[in-house]
Design a protein around this ligand. Structure first.
Ligand code: PLP
Length: 397
């Protein structure tokens, strides 16, 4: 029997059948007079997922990296100073991009397993009396280490210093799964992609921007060159329900279906489900006697757990064993944590049955790799927790 490998990497995530079927439609005319009736509500509904109070959302036919680039080049100028922190592969890549695009990065280099250093940010912002820092960057969920950061805390640091810098947040592995309150937290650019919480294939870079970011785009002092990712071109056509170039119509059809799924469950219920499933995974990790890469509970991510293997073991062996023996894809360790962690992605279309499945495979792969875990320990601990916290399904009598 051939079964598609069970996918538990932190994106791309499983695509629900309803989303897959919504994309299985004939090609359509993206300039038809009917097209805006489809696209304009999608733009509006996306704003609800980001909990925006103003601004707009752009949909680029790219991955999340394109949305990063778009945020930078549409608001900042070459030579602008920005405040960033690096504590995992994705925050690292964002710093790399900012430097390559000509920004002057004031960098907080943090231990991997920690997150955005709020006190350092507050200190640096308070000292920046001349407001040379034009934007503050924060990775909401560092997918490489399974670390979530406190974005409301970054807003507090900005407000305490009465600092006008823009706030840029990487929400690629958080939006649609963790709470993102752009409006309340004063986030100006929030970057996401289609292949994680939105439960779609890769191919859409989704960028939500505040009115303040749109104003910065107009008043940009010494603009950066831009073309494919230009907001001006997008705005001109998006306002009418069209795009400046050929949109990925099928992916946007899928996005419509995924938004419908999120709203049917209720966004806050989706977020609570992610928390519950992640807590189940963490119970299993404890029962195995293993540790998360995230150094403290405040950093625990509800979308991905990066699990350290004991000293002297290679996490790649666990990932390979899970893949070849148990047909299960786990995330590998990246860069500084390569060989040290394996990752379980627990975001998107998932329930406790699926979490039980991946824990079952991980438990066996750990044991097969020579790591001393008792079969049934982690799966049992998760089952205890899930059975205690189960709620009646909507269809139960
Ligand atoms: N930021 C984070 C936190 C990510 O997890 C990823 C990808 O996994 C990216 C950025 C890059 O996004 P993409 O691969 O969609 O370009």
């Amino acid at each position: 029997m051939t079964v598609t490998p069970h996918l538990f990497i932190p994106g791309p995530t499983n695509v629900p059948d309803a989303v897959r079927m919504a994309m299985n439609v004939p090609m359509e005319d993206m300039r038809s007079p009917e097209f805006p009736k489809f696209t304009l509500p999608v733009f509006e509904d996306l704003k609800k997922v980001f909990k925006m109070k103003d601004g707009r959302v752009f949909i680029f036919p790219s991955s999340g990296t394109g949305a990063w680039e778009s945020a930078i080049e549409n608001t900042l100028a070459v030579g602008d100073k920005v405040l960033m922190s690096r504590f995992g592969q994705f925050s690292l890549l964002w710093v790399d991009m900012a430097e390559r695009m000509g920004l002057k990065v004031e960098l907080c280099d943090e231990e991997w397993g920690t997150g955005v250093p709020l006190e350092k940010y507050a200190d640096i912002l308070a000292k920046d009396k001349n407001h040379e820092i034009k934007a503050v960057f924060a990775t909401h969920n560092e997918t490489a280490t399974g670390v979530s950061s406190d974005i409301a805390g970054v807003r507090k640091a900005l407000d305490a210093a009465k600092h006008p810098a823009l706030l840029f947040v990487d929400g690629v592995s958080s939006v649609g799964s963790l709470d993102m309150r752009m409006g309340e937290w004063g986030v100006d650019c929030c970057v996401s992609g289609s292949q994680k919480g939105f439960m779609l294939p890769t191919g859409l870079g989704i960028l939500a921007v505040s009115q303040k970011a749109l104003d910065a785009n107009k008043t940009q002092n010494g603009r950066m060159n831009r073309c494919f990712f230009s907001w001006e071109d997008m705005i001109k056509t998006n306002d009418l329900g069209y795009f400046p170039y050929t949109p990925a119509t099928q992916l946007i059809r899928g996005l419509r279906a995924s938004l419908d799924i999120i709203f049917a469950e209720g966004l806050d219920n989706v977020i609570a489900r992610h928390h519950r499933l992640a807590t189940g995974v963490r119970h299993a990790v404890d029962a195995w006697g293993l540790k998360l890469c995230a150094k403290e509970p405040k950093w625990h991510s509800d979308t991905v757990s990066a699990i350290l293997v004991p000293e002297g073991f290679d996490s790649n062996a666990v990932v390979k064993t899970a893949y070849y023996r148990y047909n299960t894809s786990l995330g590998v360790g990246l860069n500084k944590v390569a060989g040290k962690v394996f990752r379980i992605g627990h975001l998107g279309a998932l329930d406790e049955f699926m979490i039980g499945g991946v824990l079952f495979a991980v438990e066996m792969a750990l044991k097969d790799s020579g790591i001393n875990v008792k079969l049934g320990s982690g799966t049992g601990a998760a089952a205890e927790y899930f059975s205690k916290t189960a709620t009646k399904s909507a269809t139960a009598p």
